[in-house]
Ligand binder design. Sequence first.
Ligand SMILES: Cc1cc2nc3c(=O)[nH]c(=O)nc-3n(C[C@H](O)[C@H](O)[C@H](O)COP(=O)(O)OP(=O)(O)OC[C@H]3O[C@@H](n4cnc5c(N)ncnc54)[C@H](O)[C@@H]3O)c2cc1C
Length: 384
Amino acid sequence: MPGKTVLILGAGIGGLVAASRLRRMLNKEHRVVLVDRSPIFTFAPSFSWVMLGQRKVERISRDLRRLERKGIEFKAAEITGFDFENKRVQAQDGEELPYDYLVVSLGVDYSSDEVPGLNRAWTFYHAEGAEGLREELPNFSGGRVAVCVTSLPYRCPAAPYEGAMLLEHLFRKRKIRGDVELHFYSPEQLPLKATGKEIGGRVLDLLQERGIGFTGGVSLKSVDHEKGRLNFSDGSDAGFDMLIATPVHRLPNVLKRSALVNGGDWVSVDRKTLATAAPDVYAIGDTTVIPLANGTQLPKAGVFAHGEAEVVARNLAAEIAGNDPIWDYGGQGSCFMETGGGRGSYITGHFFNEPDPDVVMRGPNRMWHWAKVGFERNWLWRWF
Ligand SMILES: Cc1cc2nc3c(=O)[nH]c(=O)nc-3n(C[C@H](O)[C@H](O)[C@H](O)COP(=O)(O)OP(=O)(O)OC[C@H]3O[C@@H](n4cnc5c(N)ncnc54)[C@H](O)[C@@H]3O)c2cc1C
């Protein structure tokens, strides 16, 4: 059998796992080619620690070119288009990248322009933003801090709650908590809607125990920095002195123009196999939408991108070896949520369970904080 080329677009969590798994399972005659606009991978789950000055970005970053020694071909390029009929992908440098099988894991684009004033808000949703906050927070001596989920969907639903609780602890440690009013705003009526009411209620309790206010059911429409006001779509507004917000999340531009999106906002896939509408093309991770039985969607989180990558890689390896693909993706996922003071929670469950996901929350306690530290170390060691 002639050698096949598996082309993987996006070297974030999904793409990296897919490439590494495939490389381990495929014979040397087959190529595994991984493409990303950036040659550097950065581990987003640690951004809240960067914000607090507990991690340097360099410590949680890895050079993707190191993967060459494992036999994964890495190409730094901006993907600009697709030709599914002729099984080719176009890159900005004019090169056409051929494939036998394509795995798309291009994540999300951040767009701040849709909400006037949002581009001047603080965010720890990217490395530069987290570093910016690390510089700014020591200058903050008191006032109203608004932590805001701007719009749905957004990556890692627990992360903004983790950020709010870590900030609350930081202000206590700095002995300025009495001078800080912390408030959380979200379009969801209850935190972490996809996980069900019980978990949402428990997260709300954690906020209340820490004196963090919560207003649900509000979407940010604009930010007036001069007056220090947040304006919401329902006409309500709120004051702030420091705003920390999630960016608006959108499908990457290059995919908007592709046949993988049939009128929706994200790439539709078969939830068991991650197959798309195009032959031999699979999509995984944040780029996709997987509806759940309770009317929500599978959250956009690395744990799901990782699990989907494992299924696609194993099935492709089987198919290339002439065997039947037998793996089904089951929607299982877990995540850590730091709660401050060296403690954390662990949220885990089966998201394809019907009628509601079957999810439990453990902690908070010290063990889950250390489990997250171990997870970070293990993840960066295992895939590089
Ligand atoms: C603050 C924060 C905390 C988080 N915490 C957790 C957590 O604790 N647990 C968890 O499970 N998840 C967490 N996440 C979410 C997790 O990081 C994402 O869900 C995960 O990275 C998604 O993987 P992906 O492969 O779909 O996309 P990504 O990891 O975003 O990878 C997409 C890649 O595609 C590349 N790309 C995009 N467009 C192009 C193009 N046109 N050409 C070339 N390259 C392109 C990008 O450069 C990027 O490297 C967190 C996210 C944030 C922001």
